[in-house]
Every structure is written in structure tokens, then in C-alpha cells.
Design a protein. Structure first.
Length: 307
């Protein structure tokens, strides 16, 4: 099948049922760049005069977003890019992803900082998982988010850039809606408003489906690790991943519709929360909606060091 772009004539390598299009290699690569660039300007308008922190796990999504961001910042001396990697202490998984992250940052010439949970919180995900009955993703995700925010704030970053793709965001939106927690839609990335002590998070791959992120990473020859976290099988998100996949198969465009649903609800949610800022956790001093922050609530009876 030929590429859908006018006067192209090249063989398509990808079909996009949600767009009714087929793209050749070159038009696919340029489409990813244009979607990324458009979201950068939309989510962080007028960005200049500072640094951008990128949450780099070493997987496909964060590797693609770092590669595109390095290109975006190239030739712009007013912007700098730094990669941040959190080592949660997951044997058989994290060492390979850290190695991939180091390789990519070396290739791109981007400063890279790796910080382990053990250094920040005095714990590891593997060790904690042995003592807690719930899915490790529940506490690991909370600690990772706080760690990234602390590191990004420490370096004075203008934004914390995440590799969330369209599937990731659609799953999160559906999860919050079905749980009856629409207020969480205003707390998820991308952030339109800055809050005290919280570095605004953006997700410039928001309109790029997961399989297209993977294809782009392969076509660009980016180093990334294919491994899956050994704790991921217990994550509640797996159910929503399956639901979103089934919705998209049955009705192409469902993921984009979920994204638009959040965008339409966001002004109402932000207006409802106007004037309400996060308080301070009495143990660690980080931002907290109410009392003890979730990161400290999961920790043993100790006080984590301040950022």
C-alpha cells in the first residue's frame, strides 16, 4: 500500500486507523516530530531561559522523548536538557535500563544523573515488596514521582518532561473516571498550572500511540531496553491497558477521545480547585494534599532526607 501523503508514492510502513492514513518511513518520522513539536509549544508555551529535566528510564518512550527534546533544544542556547534516571533497586531489570540510558545520553551528549531509591529514601522496591501485600507499583510509582520532582526542582528545571504516550494517558484517564476520581485528571500530566514546590510535568508524546513510539525508536536506532519489570504483572494498570486496546480496536480514535475528554473537563476541575494549593508533609516537607504525603505513608518509620 502506498503512502497517503499527496504525491509521495512510496510504500507505507504503518497504518493509522484512527486517522484513516498510511505513512511511508519518511512521512512517519516527520509526523512524530511534528506531533512532538506541536505538543511542546502547546504544553509549554514561550519556553526559554532555563533547563528541562527528562525522566529517562531507559525504555522506548523516555528514550524517544529525550532524543526529540535534544533535537528541539539544538541551536537554542536559552534551553538546556538534563536526563534524570531513578534506580528503584529492581534486580534483573533496572541495571539493563540504566545501561541503555547511559548509552543514549552519551550518544546525544546530554548530561545524565542516576540516583537510587536507597540514597533518597533508604529503601529499594525489591526489599519493600517482600514486606508489603499490595502491588509494588503502588509505592514504587509514588516514590519515583517524588524523587523526580525533587531532582528536577534541585536543578531549577522549568519543566519535567515525561515519556508518556497516548496509550499511557488514555489508560490513566479511564482509570480515574471508572474509580470515580475525576479530580485526579487535573493532577496528571500535562500540567497547565504551576504549583508551589512542584515542577510542572509535560508529556509531549501525548498524541503518539505506543506502537508508533516503538517503531520510531527502532527506525532511529535508539538504544533502549525491551525488558519488563518483574513486578509489573501485579499492576492494576494491566486491566486498563487491555480495555483501552479493545476500545481502540473496536472504535479507532477512542484513545484520542479520552484525551479530549480530559481537556474538556480540565477547566472545570481547575476552577473547582482554584485557591487550593498543596500543603507540606510534616515528615519530609514535600508537597502534600493532606497531612502525611503518600511517599512517606509507604515508607518505614523514618524521615527521608529533604531535597
Amino acid at each position: 500500500m502506498e503512502c497517503s501523503r499527496p504525491s509521495c508514492g512510496r510504500i507505507a510502513i504503518l497504518d493509522q486507523p484512527y486517522a484513516g492514513a498510511h505513512l511511508c518511513r519518511e512521512h512517519f518520522r516527520s509526523s512524530v516530530w511534528e506531533r512532538f513539536r506541536r505538543q511542546m509549544h502547546r504544553q509549554a508555551p514561550g519556553l526559554s531561559g532555563g533547563g528541562l529535566a527528562v525522566a529517562l528510564s531507559g525504555g522506548k518512550d523516555s528514550s524517544v522523548v529525550l532524543s526529540l527534546l535534544a533535537r528541539f533544544a539544538r541551536g537554542r542556547p536559552d534551553l538546556s536538557v538534563t536526563a534524570l534516571t531513578i534506580d528503584e533497586g529492581i534486580e534483573g531489570y533496572r541495571p539493563a535500563t540504566v545501561a541503555a540510558a547511559r548509552k543514549l545520553t552519551e550518544d546525544l551528549g546530554v548530561p545524565h544523573r542516576v540516583v537510587p531509591f536507597q540514597e533518597l529514601f533508604g529503601v529499594t522496591t525489591d526489599r519493600t515488596a517482600m514486606d508489603r501485600p499490595e502491588s509494588p507499583c503502588s509505592f514504587c510509582g509514588v516514590w519515583r514521582r517524588q524523587a523526580l520532582n525533587r531532582m528536577a526542582r534541585e536543578m531549577g528545571a522549568l519543566r519535567l518532561v515525561l515519556g508518556f504516550n497516548l496509550d499511557d494517558l488514555a489508560q490513566t484517564i479511564l482509570m480515574n473516571l471508572t474509580r470515580g476520581e475525576p479530580f485526579r485528571l487535573a493532577q496528571m500530566a500535562p500540567h497547565l498550572q504551576a504549583q508551589t514546590d512542584l515542577v510542572p510535568r509535560i508529556a509531549p508524546l501525548a498524541t503518539v500511540p505506543e506502537r508508533e513510539v516503538y517503531l520510531y525508536a527502532r527506525l532511529e536506532g535508539l538504544p533502549f531496553d525491551h525488558g519488563t519489570c518483574p513486578h509489573a504483572g501485579r499492576a492494576v494498570r494491566n486491566l486498563y491497558r487491555e480495555l483501552v486496546w479493545r476500545l481502540e480496536e473496536a472504535q479507532p480514535g477512542s484513545r484520542h477521545a479520552l484525551l479530549r475528554t480530559r481537556e474538556k473537563l480540565l477547566p472545570l476541575l481547575l476552577a473547582d480547585q482554584e485557591g487550593e494549593g498543596p500543603g507540606k508533609c510534616p515528615r519530609c516537607g514535600e508537597a502534600s494534599a493532606e497531612g502525611l504525603c503518600r511517599a512517606c505513608a509507604f515508607l518505614p518509620d523514618r524521615i527521608p532526607g529533604p531535597a
